[in-house]
Design a protein around this ligand. Structure first.
Ligand code: HEM
Length: 479
C-alpha cells in the first residue's frame, strides 16, 4: 500500500464542513515560491463523488505520487511500483505485478504456502494453550504468519521462527537482519517529513529522518542483492520446467534469461520491495483491528463462528475455497476496513491542470483522498462508530458508490487486493474456527490509533486469552 504523508486524520478538515472538497490553497501566497509551492497546493478530498472524480478521471491525468522523502530512499532507486510516477515504467511494473505475481492463477499456485503458514500459527497457538487458557500477544503471531507467507512466496524462505525451531547461526543472523529491516521500513514509511510540504527545509541539509532512510536503504539493498545472488546460484545447471512451481524471484530470473532488458535485477528487487512494503503491514494491521473488534463484540464473534460451523464444520480446517460461502466473515473484514482502513489517506498528485469537485486544480497539486473521513462520515454511514458487519449483508458492490475504498480505486488502486483478502480471510477464519477468544479484562480492548507506521496501526497491541475449542481438538492435536 502506498505511503501516506500523515496519519493524523484529525488534522484534516472535518466531514461536516462544506464544501466537501476542501482546498488549503492560499489565495495569494506571499511566501517565496520555493517555500510556497507545496503548502499552497494541497487539496483534501472528503466526499465520495469528489473521490471518484479524483481517482478515475483519465482525461485530466491523475495518479502521480507526491515525492515523499521515504519514497526517494525506499523506492526511487528502483522506482518501485508503489513510488513510481505514472508513466511507461510504472505501467510495465504494474503489468508484471498483476500478471506474474498477483493474478488469480499465481495466487492459486501459492495457496499451499498460505495454508501451511496458517497451520503453523494454529499449531503454535495450540501448543501454548492446550493445558490452560493462555494470554497471547496477537500481533507478533500475525507478523510471523504474514511475513513468512510473503517471503516464502517471494523467495521460498522463512525468516520468522519460533523458539522451538532449531536454527544455524547463519539462519539466525539472516532472520534477525530481515526482521530489523522490515520493522524499520514500516516505521519510516509512515513518518512525516516536513520537507515534503515545505521544500525549503530540504535545502537545510540532511535531516535525521533522511539519515535513517539512507542507512535502511543500504541494509535493505545488501539483503536483497545477497538473496537474489543465492537464488541465481541455486538455479545454475537447472533446466527450466515451466510446470514446476517456483518462487517469484526464480520466476523473474527465468524471464530475465529471455528478456534481460525488461526483467533486470533492479526490477526484481523493486518487486520484492513492493510486496514487502505494500502487502505485509496492511494485512497484519487489518487482522489485528478485526480481532480487537471481535473481542469487543462477542455477539459478532459468535455469529461468525456459527457461520463457519455451518459451512465448514469441525472435521476439517477452513480453506480458501470456503471464503466465498463465508459471507458474514467477509462482512466483518469489510466493516473492519471501513472503520480502520490500512490506507487512511491516499496521496495522489495532479499531472496536469484539471478540476475536481468544481475546484481548479493546478498541475503538481497534492491531492489527499481522506478515505478514513469518507468511510466514517455520519452523513454517509448510519452510526459509523458502531461495528456492525450486517450493514454489508446482501451488498454486492464493494465500493457502493465510492463510500468504501480501502484498496483505493482506478489506475493506482491496490493490485494486492485478491492476495490480502485470501490471507486475511483464511487467517481470521482459522483463528475463529479453532479457538475461543476472550478479553484479558472486563473493559473493552483499547481501540486508539498509533502514530508510527504506514497502515494506521493500533496504539496498544492486542493481548487476548485463547483456548482451543473442544470440538477442534481432534484436528489441532494432529497439526
Ligand atoms: C489489507 C490489505 C491491503 C490494503 C488495505 C491495501 C490498500 C492499498 C491502498 C489504499 C493503496 C493505494 C491506492 C491509491 O493510492 O489509490 C494500495 C496500493 C498498493 N498496494 Fe495495497 N493494500 C493491501 C495489501 C496489499 C498487498 C497484499 C499487496 C501486494 C502483495 C499490495 C500492493 C500494493 C501496491 C503495489 C500498491 C501501489 C499501486 C500503484 O501505485 O500503482 N497491497 N494498497
Amino acid at each position: 500500500m502506498a505511503p501516506t504523508p500523515t496519519h493524523n486524520r484529525s488534522s484534516l478538515p472535518s466531514q461536516k464542513t462544506t464544501p466537501q472538497v476542501s482546498s488549503q490553497t492560499l489565495s495569494q501566497p506571499r511566501l517565496h515560491p520555493a517555500l510556497a509551492v507545496r503548502i499552497t497546493t494541497v487539496l483534501v478530498i472528503s466526499s465520495p463523488s469528489a473521490a471518484e472524480e479524483c481517482l478515475t478521471k483519465n482525461d485530466v491525468v491523475f495518479a502521480n505520487r507526491p515525492q515523499l522523502l521515504a519514497g526517494k530512499y525506499l523506492g526511487y532507486n528502483y522506482t518501485s511500483l508503489v513510488f513510481a510516477p505514472y508513466g511507461d515504467h510504472w505501467r510495465n511494473l504494474r503489468r508484471v505485478a498483476s500478471i506474474e505475481i498477483l493474478s488469480s492463477h499465481r495466487l492459486r499456485e501459492f495457496e499451499p504456502i498460505r495454508v501451511d503458514e496458517v497451520r503453523l500459527m494454529l499449531r503454535k497457538l495450540y501448543r501454548a494453550s492446550s493445558e490452560k487458557p493462555t494470554v497471547v500477544q496477537v500481533k507478533p503471531m500475525l507478523v510471523d504468519l504474514t511475513l513468512n507467507a510473503v517471503m516464502r512466496m517471494i523467495s521460498g524462505k522463512r525468516y520468522c521462527y519460533s523458539k522451538d525451531d532449531v536454527l544455524t547461526d547463519e539462519e539466525k543472523e539472516k532472520a534477525h537482519r530481515f526482521q530489523e529491516i522490515v520493522s524499520e521500513i514500516f516505521k519510516v514509511m509512515g513518518a512525516t517529513n516536513y520537507g515534503d510540504f515545505i521544500p525549503i527545509l530540504r535545502w537545510l541539509g540532511v535531516s535525521k529522518l533522511e539519515k535513517r532512510l539512507m542507512s535502511l536503504q543500504a541494509k535493505r539493498d545488501m539483503f536483497m542483492v545477497e538473496l537474489i545472488e543465492e537464488l541465481k546460484q541455486n538455479m545454475k545447471g537447472c533446466s527450466h520446467d515451466p510446470k514446476q512451481k517456483r518462487n517469484l524471484i526464480q520466476m523473474l530470473l527465468w524471464m530475465q534469461k529471455s528478456e534481460p532488458q525488461c526483467y533486470t535485477d533492479e526490477m526484481i528487487r523493486s518487486m520484492m520491495l513492493v510486496i514487502l512494503a505494500g502487502g505485509t503491514d496492511t494485512s497484519i494491521s487489518t487482522m489485528e483491528w478485526a480481532m480487537s473488534l471481535l473481542l469487543n463484540n462477542p455477539r459478532v464473534l459468535k455469529k461468525a463462528h456459527a457461520e463457519i460451523q455451518k459451512y465448514v464444520g469441525h472435521d476439517r480446517h477452513v480453506q480458501e475455497s470456503d471464503l466465498s460461502n463465508l459471507h458474514y466473515l467477509g462482512c466483518i473484514i469489510k466493516e473492519t476496513m471501513r472503520m480502520y482502513p490500512a490506507g487512511p489517506v491516499l496521496p495522489h498528485e495532479s499531472m496536469d491542470n484539471c478540476s475536481v469537485g468544481g475546484y481548479h486544480v493546478p498541475k503538481g497539486t497534492m491531492l489527499l483522498v481522506n478515505v478514513w473521513g469518507i468511510q466514517n462520515d455520519p452523513n454517509i454511514w448510519g452510526d459509523p462508530k458502531t461495528f456492525r458487519p450486517e450493514r454489508f449483508e446482501g451488498l454486492e458492490g464493494y465500493r457502493d458508490g465510492f463510500k468504501l475504498m480501502p484498496f483505493g480505486f482506478g489506475r493506482r488502486s491496490c493490485p494486492g487486493e485478491g492476495m490480502s483478502m485470501r490471507l486475511v480471510g483464511l487467517g481470521l477464519g482459522s483463528l475463529i474456527q479453532c479457538f475461543d477468544w476472550d478479553r484479558t479484562t472486563t473493559s473493552d480492548v483499547d481501540m486508539s490509533e498509533g502514530k508510527e507506521g504506514i497502515s494506521m496501526p493500533k496504539a496498544i497491541n492486542l493481548v487476548a486469552i485463547c483456548r482451543p475449542r473442544p470440538t477442534m481438538l481432534n484436528l489441532l492435536t494432529h497439526l
